[in-house]
Ligand binder design. Structure first.
Ligand code: NAD
Length: 334
């Protein structure tokens, strides 16, 4: 948690109360749990370990005020105590994961979101939905503002994720309108950092681990497609700023520093000092060509913007995977 201490000073008054985090054993969820604990909240985390790992939370497990429960959110769930905030993150998120778990992903977005919203409704909690830039599909508007309705293929393989999240947003707004549930929708763009799985298929862990192993980096298509990468600490700070605001959104949370996949490859090779080459592979179906959020709304309404530059975020991420590969588990320093 040492990396976080300098940032806590300039945040809001320490939050109090109980937070329920669905999908808390995953990449983003584990960082969110850690950060909420550091702010003095009691954290109840629920996960079915479909794509997450209890090890991600091992350093919090024995702390007072933290609880990890194994449960599948697609079944009705009650935390058994009042909660103040529900952060709903439970869903496969990386393409290989959701393509391997198509029905489960649709169910996490539909039944899972319904069950998480029911908890918020029952206890009068604020509900924060971890939605995604994928609701914009292969965007025809650039950069993507929250007012853009998206360009999604509803029957393509990726639709299990995109449409699940679009439905989750719709259901969230329905609870807000029908029951007055206090909700906030975050459209998260590509995030990266320690505790991603080396094999989760997302670009950063794939490239970093290929570079560290001295293997060729596999670039899809010609590598000219763009992405905007947000360091995990910034993403988590954005989710917390949304939770602490009265903003309904949707609000884009992501970096507006855009770079091509080939540029990312160069930064990874520099950071790792690797001499790996590049292998070009086929681009997946419906893979978006451009991806860059317009984050004016988050700046204006949440006072949030990313702070960690790519070179620094990658340095921390490379250090994490290098330690993991050498057999050390430095979770606490992640
Ligand atoms: P992740 O796969 O690491 O974490 C998701 C967690 O949800 C895992 O721990 C998994 O076991 C759990 N889960 C899945 N289905 C469940 C169910 N039915 N019941 C209980 N737990 C369940 O993914 P992540 O990158 O940490 O993403 C977290 C959330 O943020 C997801 O909802 C994702 O759609 C969203 N998001 C992430 C990114 C990103 O770049 N990481 C971008 C946009 C949106």
């Amino acid at each position: 948690m040492s990396d976080h201490s300098e940032e806590v000073d300039d945040m809001r008054e320490p939050a109090r109360g109980v937070a329920l985090i669905t999908g808390g054993a995953g990449f983003l969820g584990s960082h969110l749990c850690e950060r909420l604990m550091a702010e003095g909240m009691r954290v109840v985390c629920v996960d079915n370990f479909a794509t997450g790992r209890a090890e991600n939370l091992a350093h919090l497990a024995d702390l007072p005020g933290f609880e990890l429960r194994e449960a599948d959110l697609t079944r009705p769930f009650d935390p058994g105590e009042p909660v103040d905030t529900v952060f709903h993150l439970a869903s496969a998120a990386s393409p290989p994961d959701y393509l391997r778990l198509p029905v489960e992903t649709l169910e996490a977005g539909s039944l899972g979101t319904r069950n998480a919203l029911e908890v918020a409704r029952r206890y009068g909690a604020r509900f924060v939905l971890a939605s995604t830039s994928e609701v914009y599909g292969d965007p025809l508007e650039y950069p993507q503002r929250e007012t853009y309705w998206g360009n999604v293929n509803p029957v393509g393989p990726r639709s299990v994720y995109d449409e699940a999240k679009r439905y989750a947003e719709s259901l969230t707004m329905a609870y807000h309108r029908a029951y007055g549930t206090d909700v906030g929708i975050a459209r998260i763009f590509n995030s990266y950092g320690p505790r991603m799985r080396a094999d989760d298929g997302r670009m950063v862990p794939t490239f970093v681990n290929q570079a560290l192993a001295g293997e060729p980096l596999t670039v899809a298509g010609d590598g000219m497609q763009t992405r905007s990468l947000c360091y995990v600490d910034d993403t988590v700070r954005g989710l917390m700023a949304l939770a602490d605001s009265g903003v309904t959104g949707p609000v884009n949370i992501g970096s507006d520093e855009e770079l091509s996949v080939l540029s990312l490859v160069r930064v990874v090779l520099n950071t790792t000092g690797s001499e790996s080459g590049i292998t070009f592979v086929e681009r997946p179906q419906d893979d978006p060509r451009f991806r860059r959020p317009d984050i004016r709304l988050a700046r204006e309404q949440l006072g949030w913007e990313p702070r960690v530059r790519l070179a620094e975020g990658l340095r921390r991420t490379v250090a994490y995977f290098a330690d993991l590969r050498s057999g050390r588990d430095l979770n606490a320093e992640a």
